[in-house]
Design a protein around this ligand. Structure first.
Ligand SMILES: Cc1cc2nc3c(=O)[nH]c(=O)nc-3n(C[C@H](O)[C@H](O)[C@H](O)COP(=O)(O)O)c2cc1C
Length: 392
């Protein structure tokens, strides 16, 4: 993989991120992304740079029930330095039990709790980004999780959005509740649930959270597409580390750029088409190992085609064939058709990618916004909010 210097890039040195007793040398976190951040993709990313690489989310109930897919999701390669898992849950007892399982079976070194999911079928039942509105339930979940995590000396963090919508912001209060319950850090995606992935992430809100929680690390998330964006976020918000999601889709080398940036170096990866094709092939091979099922792995790699080849000169027919690739052998044949001399295309390969979409009204249970504490009816309903959830 080639790497070249950029003329006069912004530079900034950031110290390691301390999460309890864990030191993350490069203060960069791979955002948990359902369907993306499996062991295969995490390996590709961490080969380029340091940081904390979080698993896809698992629901605490599925984990406690020892669902096979959930156990695969929280599996790690032997050489993953810090084994990190993200949990989602709506019930303190089940979340506590899931954390206990992880601790007792030594399945992770770090646990993140997800309170950012904006999906209607989840918020409609009071889960995801709707949950911090109910401060009693939110507090109980975090206390249960930190209590169990403490037994294994596992640092626990939370990841959340700003709130339900601009009239119902929860992040400052939620951050303080989490801090008081003993979390090791708090990460904020600077959008409300109602925004989904639209508009721009609100970095001012991230700065506000940073100032409101002087005693624990705060991590900023949203719209980091390059090392320069990462530096800008740290400069504008004062965060202790950054969380990168969509920006690394199809660009695992972004973690190399991020490490360089936080070491004060101007080294940046600028891969030509041949290097991109090699990474894509390797990603597919790692997915075959991960799923132990070639057909499934090849179905999975198809969603990455547009991200890897964004901005590169690849014909429409070839793109279409790649997006329907059935086997590793056919993949190798298709990639061999690419022009290996195509250089890095510059801005065409950079900038926003992945989920975008438009704002949507957040579906909530009837009467959810009336009070900040749970009533009997909502208590009975919320357990259903853990079914079918996928993503944040
Ligand atoms: C495909 C996809 C899946 C996601 N899954 C999760 C998830 O499982 N847990 C979570 O906390 N956030 C999830 N997110 C949200 C991201 O972690 C991140 O907060 C969001 O994409 C904003 O960061 P970005 O602008 O760097 O992408 C997901 C996002 C995407 C695009």
């Amino acid at each position: 993989m080639i790497s070249t210097d950029t003329p006069n890039p912004p530079q900034l040195k950031l110290p390691p991120l301390q999460l309890g007793h864990l030191t993350v040398d490069t203060p960069v976190v791979l955002a948990p992304m359902a369907g993306i951040t499996n062991a295969a993709f995490r390996r590709l990313c961490r080969e380029y740079g340091g940081g904390l690489y979080v698993s896809e989310m698992v629901t605490s109930r599925a984990l406690v029930e020892r669902n096979e897919q959930s156990l695969r999701i929280i599996s790690h390669d032997d050489d993953e330095g810090i084994r990190s898992v993200q949990l989602y849950g709506v019930d303190p007892t089940t979340v506590g039990a899931a954390v206990r399982l992880i601790v007792e079976e030594d399945r992770a070194d770090h646990i993140d709790l997800n309170f950012g999911c904006p999906v209607p079928k989840v918020t409609r039942r009071g889960g995801g980004a709707a949950l911090p509105w109910k401060t009693d339930l939110f507090t109980a979940i975090i206390q249960a999780a930190t209590r169990e995590a403490a037994r294994g000396e596992i640092p626990l963090t939370i990841k959340m959005r700003k709130g339900i919508d601009d009239d119902h912001l929860t992040f400052i209060e939620a951050g303080k509740i989490a801090r008081d319950a003993g979390v090791a850090a708090v990460a904020l995606h600077g959008r409300t649930a109602g925004q989904h992935y639209s508009g721009k992430a609100d970095w001012d809100a991230i700065a506000e959270l940073r100032n409101s929680l002087p005693d624990i690390p705060v991590l900023g998330n949203g719209d980091i597409w390059s090392a320069e964006d990462a530096i800008a976020m740290v400069e504008q918000t004062g965060v202790d580390g950054i969380v990168v999601g969509r920006g690394c889709q199809g660009r695992p080398w972004l973690f190399g750029d991020l490490q360089a940036a936080f070491e004060g170096s101007d080294r940046r990866f600028r891969p030509g088409l041949a290097e991109v094709a090699a990474s894509f092939q390797r990603h597919a091979e790692l997915l075959v190992e991960y799923f132990e099922d070639e057909a499934k792995a090849l179905r999975d790699i198809r969603k990455h085609v547009a991200w890897y080849f964004k901005g590169y000169a690849v014909g429409g027919d070839l793109r279409a064939s790649l997006a329907a690739v059935p086997t590793l052998e056919v993949l190798a044949q298709l990639l061999a058709e690419l022009d290996a001399d195509v250089p890095y295309p510059g801005v065409g390969a950079e900038g926003p990618r992945g989920r975008a979409g438009s704002p949507k009204r957040t579906h909530l249970p009837d009467g959810w916004l009336d009070t900040r504490i749970m009533d009997e009816e909502h208590r009975a309903m919320i357990s259903a909010a853990e079914l079918d959830v996928s993503g944040g």
